[in-house]
Design a protein around this ligand. Structure first.
Ligand SMILES: Cc1cc2nc3c(=O)[nH]c(=O)nc-3n(C[C@H](O)[C@H](O)[C@H](O)COP(=O)(O)OP(=O)(O)OC[C@H]3O[C@@H](n4cnc5c(N)ncnc54)[C@H](O)[C@@H]3O)c2cc1C
Length: 371
């Protein structure tokens, strides 16, 4: 049986970021993943590093997201230095476009509430009228009545990110164990044995970062991760010259020039199929925002499943019954990669989560059940 300092289950963006952070912290961990049979959240996402709509009614989540977005430039620079992979992170700020006055009023109210809830931490934003939006993004359609803007937002090539995290993990002395589905768990405080087939590996620490797989794994460790799938579809156009200087919530231009159009939110269980009606609705809204988009050919489209906690807020815990076992789940694993690698992983390495993460415990769902 091979022994490690820590085991991370799940080689998607969440597990890979934490595993990368653990080698940075000086540990020799193993990263175990069931392989390319998963639901592909980490390979099928939209690539935003997005702050402005996160944490309504949950100011701790707003703070955590901002901390992650602030950590992102250092993470991108470090990944480039350690792996030679440029993940294409840019932070020019971001816009949420509103079509019609009703949407604009609702957005303004939401942004005002986010700011009120931020307290001393603060939350800077601007509501822009149509003319101001047109100065930032030429070619907007007549339907656009305005937008919210924050300087915190950005975007990245999330496939390059996944690649760089894996490469940096292995280069730092981590052991990657792909094509293994965890089927056995021997669990005692600070003593974990994980099995896949005949293989057994052991460590005093374990992080469950298996995305949707966490729902089944967590109870084995005295933890809870009641995550569910939520489908999102994405369209990508042929490449165009650089036209969009910054991302919007549902339309962004990649560094290579393709325009990505996302992203639906569909509760359809584990169905990863695509739906033409949904794709058409997404394309129509995008073309109302930017009429010139209608001239471009869509060259690729896909669907993938988000890892969605019941209230949309991440879940982080350490097991009370089996200390040394941690969970990490979220629906914004691109955005939170900075926090997972540079803030969360050091807490795991040190053996305790910062008290500031207490509101993210899945115990919050027990309270709701009792109410
Ligand atoms: C359409 C769409 C758009 C998105 N857009 C954005 C965005 O713009 N910005 C953003 O921040 N986030 C976005 N996300 C969310 C982001 O992609 C996810 O939060 C993130 O990828 C989740 O990563 P994960 O590692 O938790 O899950 P996954 O990517 O699902 O990885 C989990 C891994 O665990 C492994 N696993 C599961 N069970 C086991 C087991 N028993 N044994 C071994 N391995 C196991 C699987 O093989 C898998 O590789 C989007 C998601 C979707 C679907």
């Amino acid at each position: 049986m091979r022994e490690f300092d820590a085991i991370v289950i799940g080689g998607g963006l969440v597990g890979a970021a934490i595993a990368y952070g653990l080698v940075r912290a000086g540990l020799k961990p193993a990263l175990i993943d069931e392989g390319d049979v998963a639901f592909r959240a980490s390979r099928g996402n939209f690539g935003l590093v997005w702050v402005q709509s996160k944490g309504l009614g949950a100011p701790h989540y707003q703070r955590w997201t901002r901390a992650s977005a602030d950590a992102w430039p250092a993470l991108a620079a470090e990944l480039l230095a350690r792996t030679g992979i440029a993940v294409g992170h840019e932070r020019p700020g971001g816009l949420h476009l509103c079509l019609g006055d009703e949407e604009l009023a609702a957005r303004a109210a939401m942004m005002q509430r986010l700011q009120a809830e931020s307290g001393n931490f603060g939350f800077e934003y601007e509501m822009l009228d149509r003319a101001a939006v047109a100065e930032l993004l030429p070619g907007i359609g007549p339907a656009v009545s305005g937008a919210s803007f924050t300087r915190y937002d950005g975007h990245v090539n999330s496939l390059a990110l996944l690649h760089a995290l894996h490469k940096g993990f292995v280069a730092g002395g981590g052991t990657y164990l792909p094509n293994r589905t965890v089927g056995y768990a021997g669990v005692a405080p600070h003593e974990f044995v994980i099995g896949s087939g005949e293989d057994r590996i052991a460590a005093p620490k374990i992080v469950l970062a298996a995305g949707l797989g966490n729902a089944e794994l967590a109870p084995l460790f005295g933890l809870s991760a009641p995550v569910r799938p939520q489908r999102g579809q994405i369209l990508v156009t042929e490449r165009a010259g650089r036209v969009l200087a910054m991302p919007t919530t549902t339309v962004r231009q990649t560094l290579e020039g393709g325009i990505m159009i996302g992203d639906s939110q569909e509760d359809v269980g584990f169905d990863t199929g695509q739906r033409p009606a949904v794709m058409a609705a997404m394309a129509q809204r995008a073309a109302r925002s930017f009429p010139w988009l209608a001239e471009l050919q869509v060259v690729r489209a896909w669907a993938a499943l988000r890892v969605m906690p019941p209230d949309g807020v991440p879940i982080y815990d350490q097991s009370e019954a089996f200390p040394g076992a941690f969970t990490a789940n979220c629906h914004s694993g691109v955005t939170l990669a900075g926090a997972h690698a540079l803030l969360f992983a050091p807490m795991v390495a040190a053996g305790a989560l910062d008290p500031a993460l207490a509101p993210f415990s899945a115990r919050r769902f027990d309270v709701h059940d009792a109410a």
